[in-house]
Each structure stands twice: as C-alpha cells, then as structure tokens.
Design a protein around this ligand. Sequence first.
Ligand SMILES: Cc1cc2nc3c(=O)[nH]c(=O)nc-3n(C[C@H](O)[C@H](O)[C@H](O)COP(=O)(O)OP(=O)(O)OC[C@H]3O[C@@H](n4cnc5c(N)ncnc54)[C@H](O)[C@@H]3O)c2cc1C
Length: 605
Amino acid sequence: MTAPPHWQGHGRFVLLATGFGHGEHFLSTWNAWRHDPQRCETLCFIAIEPQSLACAGLQQALARSPLADIAAALLAAWPPVTRNLHRLDFDGARVQLMLAVGDVSAWLPELVAAVDAFHLGADSLLQTAWDTRLCKALGRLAAPGARLVAHTDAPALRAGLATAGFEVQAEPGITTARYAPKFQTRRAVARLAANPGGERRALIVGGGLAGCAAASALAEHGWHSSVLERRAGIAEESSGNPAGLFHGIVNVQDGAHARFNRAAALAACAAVRTAIGAHAALGSAEGLLRLETAMDPAAMQATLSALALPADYVQALTAAEAGTRCGMPLKHPAWFYPGGGWVQPAALARAFFEQAAGRVALRTNVAVQSLRFGDGRWHALDAHGSVIDAAPVLLLANAGDALRLLGAPAWLIEKVRGQISIAPSAAFGPAGSPGRCTLPIAGAGYLLPELLGHVMFGATAQAGDDDAAVRHADHVANLMQLERLTGTPLPVDASLLEGRTAWRWSSRDRLPVIGAVPAMPHRDFGQSSGPTQTRRADQARFVPRVPGLFVFTALGSRGITWSALGGRIVAAAITGAPAPLEASLLNAIDPARFITRQVRRSTDR
Ligand SMILES: Cc1cc2nc3c(=O)[nH]c(=O)nc-3n(C[C@H](O)[C@H](O)[C@H](O)COP(=O)(O)OP(=O)(O)OC[C@H]3O[C@@H](n4cnc5c(N)ncnc54)[C@H](O)[C@@H]3O)c2cc1C
C-alpha cells in the first residue's frame, strides 16, 4: 500500500493486514502516520502472519530497513512469539500493533474489532481459501464504509465479498471493495462500545490493581476517569502486599486458562518493566522458576515441543540447572519463565495510575454505597444517598464489593483469605542457603528473592475465613509449605515472622470476570435496560447487558499477572477499540458466562 490510508478525521483508525512479513507494511504505515498532519488520533494496525516470526530473522531484515529508528523501536518491543494476540505500543500508545501468528482462517473469527481498512497480502491470497465463510468474517469485522484492497482478480474472493456486503470494484489484477451492506448486521451485544460518540468519561469504583490498570488503559484511548476509593490511598487492600509474583502457565491441553495466563503474563512483563524503568517500582522481570513435581525434564521438553512454545517464553530445566539459576539448591526440575518475576503490587498500581496522568482523578476516603442510573449517567452514591460523582460509564473494579453493588448476582466467586510471612534473610543462614534465592520460585506456595534485608514467602489459602489477624498458626503453615518447596528443613523460628493478611476474590473456573454487566431481571438501577432475555443465552456475547455498566473483578491470586491485560480488555470493551484478546477467551472471562452455563445445563437436562 503506497498512499496513506483514509484516516483523516478518524479518532481511531483500524487497519487489518493479512501478512506481516518483516514488518515493511506496518513500518511504512507508521511512518506515513508520523508525517501526516491530518492523521488519525490513534492508529491500530492488526497483522495476521501465518509464519512464526523469530526475532533473529526480523533483526536481519530490519537492519536493512530505510526506516531505521522505527524499525529499532519495533525490534526493542518484540515479544516472545507465542500463539496469542500480541499488542505492541509505540509513540505513547497512539500507534498500536496487534500481531496474531497463525492461519488467517483461524484468526479472523477470533478478532473483535471494527476495521476501517483491510489489506489482503499476497501470501494470504495464495495460501487461504477465500470462501464465503471467510468473507463473511471480514464483513463481521468491517466498520461502516470500510475499504478493502487485494492484489488479485480471483472470482471466488469477489463473489464472497459481494455476499458479505461489500461493493466490489474489479480491475485486472486488483480487487477493491467498500463495505456497504444492504442490511446492517446486528453486532453481538457484548461487543458494543459504551456511549459511542458521547462524553468519553468513566467512573471507576476501586483503586487497587484492577481500577488503576483500567484507568491507564482508558487513558490510552483518550478517555478520562475518576477513581473512587474508600481507603486513604490506592492499593491498600488485596493489592497492598509488599511483593508478589507474575508468570505464565504451561498446560498440555493449552486450554482457555493456559492461553489467558500466557497472554496476561506477556502483558504483565511489559507493564512491570515500564513500572520499574519509568516509575521507580521495586521489582524484577528477569525470570521466575515454577517447580514441576509430576514430570521429568524430558517429558517437560516434549510438552514444550508439542505446544511449540518458544524459549524466550518458557524453558524446561533440570533441578541442577534451576538451582544454578536461582542461587540455591532445588530438589525438583522447573519451568523457567524468562519474562516472569516479582513486583510490589502497590508500585505497579501507582505506575498504572501515573501513566494515566492528566486523564485520571483520584478521590480517596469515599465509599460507594449504591448505584443509580438517571439522565443518561451512572451515579455513585454514598451511605447518605448523596451523589459522589456521575458519568455515562461506570466500572466496578472494587473486588468482592462489586458483587454487593450488583445485588449479589449468582456468579461463582468466593472469598479466600491469604496470609504471607516475612523473615529477616539472615534467619535462613548465609547467602546461597535454602530460602535465600535470587529468582522467585513458585510451586505449592512461593518464595521471593531478598528485598531490603527480608525474605517473603507464603501464602495460606482459607476460603470463607474473615479473620484479619496475622496468625502464628499460619506462619507455621507457610514455613512447612516453604520446606516442601525447597525440599529442606529450615532453621527459622516461626515466632520471629511478620506477616500480612488480605483476601483474594476467585471465580470457581479460576479466570477473572471482565466485561459489560449482564442485565439482571432482579436488579433495577433506575434505568430501562432493555430486554433481559435473549433466544441466544447459551452464548455469552448475546446475553443482554446493562448499558454503560462494566465489571473487572475476581483477580484471585493472579492480580499482578492479570491486571495489565485485564485493564486493556475492559477499556477496549468500553471504548469499542479492538479487543486485545481473542473472542473465545473473551467469552471465557465474560461475566455472562455464569448465565450461559446455567442455560446450557438446563437445556441439557
Ligand atoms: C496473600 C496474597 C498473596 C497474593 N500473591 C499474589 C501474587 O504473588 N501474584 C499475583 O499475581 N497476585 C497475588 N495475589 C492476588 C492479588 O493481590 C489480587 O488479585 C489483586 O490485588 C486484586 O486487585 P483488585 O484491584 O481486584 O482488588 P483490591 O486490591 O482489593 O482493590 C479493590 C479496591 O476497591 C476499594 N473498594 C472496595 N469497595 C469499595 C467501595 N464500595 N467504594 C470505594 N472503594 C471500594 C478497596 O478499598 C480496594 O482498594 C495475592 C493475594 C493475596 C491475598
């Protein structure tokens, strides 16, 4: 594509290219955007590349690029290329590259976006059967008036595009088309932006990791938000531990849980590196070990090969290799996640908050008691029924209290108490002794590297336990867990330990709850929320929603890992930006999944 796309006058312009190659098209589009005074506010370039892209090959190719500075920026941001949707940000997130590696025919139905321009690359035209089904997938993704270019005169593609609602212009060797369907297809309710064309402002209840990550992600889309927090500052409840860890997961089935955690861990790595580099957060994204007790290193390696997971995402290590990595002896082999690590959760939350500077306001010591909708705005009310603030969009990022504000919907989420333990490092003996590691170690329990002369480990997990006290018995339990992790008796006196107690809110399927709140027949917020029934309630995306009301909760014991990606997911749902996660995983974390599962169970009976 030589001429710049028709992005003039657009707030956000979304371009979808089938084929990434060595980034030539992306770099030239980014360069054109940089030099066009009439450019759009935000450029989102989605690329589907069938070939796996190794950083080394890209490096060689980009070394020859005439656009050296932006080619270097692309290389510096290059992620481990796993089969996920990767989002890379440039120029202060005003240019976003979303990269999907795999078959075009598998990826198109997984994308959630309103695309303004399609470019079907030469390789994808040769390798992909552009049948009616795939052309319909293009139609489903097309924004009104979207344009398409393909350097082919294949009749099947032209016929498919016409069926999918495109007006096709056929010239020798080239097909151009414009999306102008005779009948407007209805988009799934869960995929509709909130308040399109209206005021871009949201209220966020809760200033923990979830609320701060959402504020940061909304700011990237030019939205303003007000965070309402009942404590005196941000991250004083679950997000207030001195440190915690983040990492991905390997699972032979590679189901929704493993895929979501992988996508989240990659986003967390980038977020933690920014928090450390630009916001003085204490932490490290230089690797983490997860002990493996069921497989030997050969079986672990076979799993990695079967899943085609790259070494810059995860490696299988013997116990000896893992011990060398973490500076203390280990009894078990381990998965090494080069982009895993640890961070102070409050510092990460603060970094998110600072990234939203200018577009976020914080109000502390305000507890939201109830919600009301009126005059096109959501009102957050205090215990006296007075309005604290109002906005067209409201996001509940206040952990378990979100459920109370929603009138206790039947979502399968439980409260689990957790206590961490902290010991002076010297209590474990000299450096190199079991208990004094240089990389975080996870397994049944976890151990963090020394921080300010202390070692942190934990944590207990007690469902339905409301005791806020730090308990001696829990320190003993944490020590025993640590002995199992290190495989060695430890010389630490439990009465010397300090600790902290907090609660995790976990869904039963161990995934977060993120998205537009489903309409609930029993709950009226003072608005007409439209129909609460649908004939398609067996699929989350068709379940009716409460307009303008969103939730981001149930971060369980993985809030550090999940917050960066979760914030972007909910911000995309609010603003109508391309979702940074595939549709099947959006369904897996959708709050409506609790309804669809019930519906499926009752129809199965
Ligand atoms: C012991 C323990 C160890 C953990 N270790 C790890 C780890 O190693 N790695 C990891 O990834 N995760 C870990 N976690 C989990 C992680 O800490 C949580 O998932 C995360 O902090 C949840 O963030 P949140 O923003 O959802 O909740 P919170 O941090 O609790 O934030 C919610 C905020 O909402 C505010 N709020 C609530 N109701 C209202 C209201 N009505 N009005 C105004 N404000 C309100 C609260 O004051 C709070 O600040 C651990 C958790 C525990 C308990």
